[in-house]
Design a protein around this ligand. Structure first.
Ligand SMILES: [Zn+2]
Ligand SMILES: [Zn+2]
Length: 347
């Protein structure tokens, strides 16, 4: 497809806008996808700091999306007209990790800009995007682009965590943080029948969690918080905990509020050091501590089942903006008074 397209970029500190660039060309097994829905993730952090010059990695805005395949370079695993989910771009598709579905751990990443020949990097905040055919799982006919787009950062990290922990109806799960990932965790935990205890400070997010059916919520700075959580769980503590806040205090709370033989999973990025004392925290508690980064591609049909059947998806998606208002959308995202925000690249 010839012509130009619009993409969103960071223009400076707290400043974003649209620029034009050529539509990328499909190449080998990478096909051209016309984007329909672009979920926003943590891009507001780059916006706050104005990390936006052309050679900065942070200018690659967005790594999620749903759209339609509109052009292929050769016969491949998808066809023109297929409705698909985009999950970033780069894994090789051939190494052991990629073949087992755990492509995020691929050790042989393709450089998107180099592969496409683009002079400046492009993320998913664009009208078109290339994607490798094997990494474009199809959205079923009866699922909208909006909901289908939740199959990546909206529901993915917590889905992977709950698969690994084996969360079910007999569990009481502590969820720390109810941002887009934490709200996604509430969707997944509720779908599995688990009871949720939430710790969150932002009133908007507490309200939204309650609207999703969460009955017990605490503030992170409440006195005697661990004891209060234990009171809710026969004095034992939760059976499993999921950190969606990404701060040392919330990580520590997950360990302290989980009962013996319980499981703790970290899915929120954090580069600060968490102190763990092996004997009391792990050996004598029989605690399992897990790090999880999204989910296996092999489980895509299961996450699509959650998307199709959960009545909570409409609450997970809190706002929709035209991409031409990316500035307003990023400003809202930075206030934390939102769930998952989606962009429409065509308005
Ligand atoms: Zn690979
Ligand atoms: Zn993300």
């Amino acid at each position: 497809m010839e012509g130009m397209m619009r993409k969103a970029v960071i223009l400076g500190e707290r400043k974003a806008g649209l620029v034009e660039m050529p539509i990328p060309k499909p190449k080998k097994d990478w096909v051209l996808v016309r984007m329909q829905v672009i979920p926003m993730c943590t891009e507001y952090k780059a916006w706050l700091h104005g990390e936006g010059n052309a050679d900065s990695r942070m200018n690659i805005l967005g790594h999620e999306g749903a759209g339609e395949v509109v052009e292929v370079a050769q016969p491949c695993g998808v066809n023109v007209g297929d409705r698909v989910v985009l999950m970033g771009a780069g894994p090789c598709g051939r190494c052991e990790y990629c073949r087992s579905g755990n492509f995020l751990h691929c050790s042989n990443q393709t450089n998107y800009a180099q592969f496409t020949g683009e002079t400046e990097p492009t993320g998913a905040y664009a009208q078109y995007r290339l994607g490798a055919d094997w990494l474009l799982p199809k959205i079923p006919e009866d699922v909208s682009f909006e909901k289908g787009a939740m199959a990546w950062c909206g529901l993915g990290p917590s889905f992977g965590a709950m698969q690994t922990m084996g969360v079910g109806a007999f569990d009481t799960m502590l969820i720390t943080g109810a941002g887009p990932v934490g709200l996604g965790a509430i969707v997944n935990a509720t779908y599995r029948g688990a009871r949720v205890i939430l710790v969150e400070k932002e009133p908007w997010r507490i309200e939204r969690a309650k609207a999703m059916g969460v009955k017990t919520a605490f503030l992170p700075d409440e006195e005697g918080l661990v004891a209060k959580i234990k009171e809710q769980t026969d004095g034992l503590g939760v059976t499993c905990a999921l950190d969606c806040a990404g701060v040392v205090a919330s990580e520590r709370l997950c360990i302290d509020a989980t009962r013996a033989k319980g499981k703790v999973c970290f899915i929120a990025e954090c580069s600060d050091k968490l102190a763990i004392t092996v004997s009391p925290d792990m050996i004598r508690k029989g605690l399992t501590i897990i790090g999880q980064w999204h989910y296996s591609l092999n489980d895509f049909p299961m996450i699509m089942q959650v998307i199709r059947e959960s009545p909570l998806l409409d609450l997970l998606i809190s706002h929709c903006f035209p991409m031409s208002q990316v500035q307003e959308a990023l400003a809202l995202s930075a206030t934390h008074q939102c769930g998952k925000i989606i962009l429409d690249p065509w308005t």
